[in-house]
Design a protein around this ligand. Structure first.
Ligand code: SAH
Ligand code: SF4
Ligand code: F3S
Length: 469
C-alpha cells in the first residue's frame, strides 16, 4: 500500500493552516495545502473542525516567536473538546520557529505531533503518515516527528502544483517564490539560520508556475524571496539569469499584466533590474527596499555593507529610470549602541528618500545572531520613543503620498467587491487600496480610475469612462 493510500483512507479531512510572518510563509502555507490535497485534506477556516492544524511560524522577533506557544495552549483545549466528542486533531508546527527550535518545541509543548522546517514541506504527507502511526502509541512512548534538515533535493520540484480551480479561488493576484534563503548575515537577523543559504529556482520552473497562474486567471504576480533581487536562476542552457532578465521573460507571458517583487536588498539592485523598470510597463513602480538605519556606524554594525549615501545614490538612479517609483522600507530602532545622533540620521534618510509606506520595528535580540552578544543595549523606553517618532514621520509621508494621487487617473486592477454595496475595490500601481462605485463586472481587469479623495490607508476613485480609440 502506498503512503497516498494510507493517508486518504478516511478522507475527506480538514486542515486549518495559520500563517505568521512574511509573504513567503503565505506562499508556503498554500503550497502545504497543495501538498495535502491529493491525500484528501480540504482547507478549513475554523480550527475547531480541523483534523489537522498547522502553524506556519515566524522567528524574526521575540514576540512573533512567542505567539506560537500561546496558540499551542489554545489548540490543546480545542483538541480536548474534539476528543470528547470522538474526533481528534493532529498538530504540526512548521516555518521558521520550527526550523530554529526543532525538538525544543516538542519538549515545551508535548501536544505537538510534528515539527518541520521550511525545507521539508514536500515531505509533509510522509511525515503525517509517520505521525499518525505514533497516535496509537502509549503517551509515554509517543514522540513528535521532527524534520528540520536542509535536504539536497529540490523541494519545489517535489511539491505538487495547485489544481486550476484552487488557484482560481485564490484570486487575481498571486505570490511566486523564486528565491529562498539568505547569505547576507545582517547581525540582527535569524533568516540565514532559519531559511538557510540562498537558493534560486531554475528559470523554467518559475516560468511554468507563472504560466499556470495566469492560465487560472491571475493578473498580477509578486515574485518572492528573502533577497529576491539576489535571484540567480539557471536557464535551460545552464546560463545564469538575474531578476532583471527574469522580469523580461515573464513580461512575455500573455495575460500577465502586473509584476512585483519583494524583498530586495540595496546591494543586489543591479543595473539590469533597474533597466527592467525603465523598459517594462508591467513591472510596477513600487519598490520595497529596506535600509534599516540612516547611520553609517549602525549600518556597519548591522553588517548591511553599504552606507546611507550609497543608498540615496541608488534611489536616485532608480528614479532616473522610473521617475514615478514609490518606495517602501523597513527600519529597526534601538539597535545596540544606537545614539540619539544615529537615530536622527535615520529620520534624515527617511526625509531624503520620501517613502510611500514603511515598516518599523524595535530591535529584538535574537538568540544565535551576532547582535545578541553585543553590549550597549538601548533601553526599552528609548526604543519606544524612537519608534513613535519614526512612525509619526512615516505616517505623514504616507498621507502626503496618498494626497498627491488625488486628481490623477491611475490604472487600478479591480479585484473584489467593495466594503459598501455597489462598490468594488482594487490596487493602484503603488499598491494602494482603491475603492470606487462600480459593478462587479469590472472585477478581473485593469481600469482607469480618477482618484477623487483619500480615506485612512486607501484612495477613493471614480471610474473613467473608456474612450473609444
Ligand atoms: N531580507 C530583508 C528583510 C527580511 S526580515 C532585508 O534584507 O531587508 C523583515 C524585516 O524585519 C527586516 O527588514 C527588519 O527591519 C526586521 N527585522 C529583522 N530582524 C529583526 C530584529 N532582530 N529585530 C527587529 N526587527 C528585525
Ligand atoms: Fe535578514 Fe539581512 Fe538576510 Fe534580510 S539580508 S534576510 S535582514 S540577513
Ligand atoms: Fe519570519 Fe521566517 Fe519570514 S522568520 S519573516 S517567516 S523568513
Amino acid at each position: 500500500m502506498t503512503e497516498h493510500d494510507t493517508l486518504s483512507q478516511t478522507a475527506p479531512k480538514r486542515v486549518f493552516i495559520k500563517t505568521y510572518g512574511c509573504q513567503m510563509n503565505v506562499y508556503d502555507s498554500d503550497r502545504m495545502a497543495d501538498a495535502l490535497a491529493p491525500h484528501g485534506y480540504v482547507p478549513t477556516q475554523d480550527a475547531a473542525e480541523a483534523d489537522l492544524v498547522l502553524l506556519n511560524t515566524c522567528h524574526i522577533r521575540e514576540k512573533a516567536s512567542e505567539k506560537v506557544f500561546s496558540e499551542l495552549g489554545r489548540l490543546k483545549e480545542l483538541q480536548g473538546e474534539r476528543r470528547a466528542v470522538g474526533a481528534d486533531m493532529m498538530i504540526g508546527v512548521a516555518g521558521c520557529v520550527a526550523q530554529a527550535e526543532g525538538e525544543e518545541i516538542a519538549r515545551r509543548a508535548p501536544v505537538v505531533d510534528l515539527v518541520f522546517g521550511p525545507q521539508a514541506y514536500h515531505r509533509l504527507p510522509d511525515m503525517l503518515a509517520r505521525a499518525q502511526g505514533q497516535r496509537h502509541m502509549h503517551p509515554s512512548l509517543k514522540k513528535a516527528v521532527i524534520d528540520t534538515d536542509f535536504p539536497e533535493e529540490d523541494k519545489f520540484a517535489h511539491l505538487p502544483a495547485a489544481k486550476k480551480e484552487v488557484t482560481v479561488k485564490r484570486g487575481l493576484t498571486a505570490f511566486l517564490t523564486v528565491q529562498e534563503g539568505c547569505d547576507k548575515f545582517c547581525s540582527f537577523c535569524v533568516v540565514p539560520y532559519t531559511r538557510g543559504a540562498e537558493v534560486s529556482r531554475p528559470v523554467h520552473q518559475v516560468l511554468d508556475e507563472a504560466r499556470r497562474l495566469v492560465d487560472a486567471g491571475v493578473r498580477e504576480i509578486t515574485l518572492l524571496g528573502q533577497n529576491v533581487n539576489a535571484y540567480h536562476g539557471l536557464d535551460a542552457q545552464g546560463r545564469d539569469v538575474g531578476l532583471g532578465q527574469l522580469a523580461y521573460l515573464l513580461a512575455e507571458i500573455s495575460g500577465l499584466e502586473r509584476l512585483r517583487y519583494t524583498t530586495s536588498h540595496p546591494r543586489d539592485m543591479d543595473d539590469a533590474l533597474i533597466a527592467a523598470h525603465r523598459d517594462l510597463p508591467l513591472l510596477m513602480p513600487y519598490l520595497h527596499l529596506p535600509v534599516q538605519s540612516g547611520s553609517d556606524r549602525i549600518l556597519k554594525a548591522m553588517n548591511r555593507k553599504h552606507t546611507a549615501a550609497e543608498y540615496l545614490a541608488l534611489i536616485e538612479k532608480i528614479k532616473a529610470a522610473r521617475p514615478d517609483m514609490a518606495l517602501s522600507g523597513d527600519f529597526i530602532v534601538g539597535f545596540p549602541g544606537e545614539t540619539d545622533q544615529d537615530f536622527e540620521d535615520t529620520l534624515t534618510i527617511i526625509r531624503e528618500t520620501g517613502y510611500a509606506s514603511a515598516y518599523s520595528f524595535k530591535y529584538s535580540t535574537r538568540p544565535g545572531t551576532p547582535g545578541a552578544s553585543l553590549g550597549d543595549q538601548v533601553p526599552e523606553e528609548v526604543k519606544t520613543e524612537r519608534l513613535y517618532r519614526l512612525q509619526d514621520l512615516v505616517n505623514r509621508q504616507t498621507t502626503d503620498f496618498h494626497a498627491s494621487c488625488v486628481g490623477k487617473t491611475l490604472p487600478v486592477l479591480i479585484e473584489r467587491v467593495g466594503r459598501m454595496p455597489g462598490q468594488v475595490g482594487g490596487r493602484s500601481p503603488y499598491l494602494q487600496a482603491v475603492h470606487l462605485e462600480g459593478s462587479t463586472e469590472l472585477i478581473g481587469a485593469i481600469h482607469q480610475v480618477e482618484i477623487i479623495g483619500t480615506s485612512t490607508n486607501s484612495l477613493v476613485g471614480r471610474l473613467r469612462q473608456a474612450v473609444a480609440a
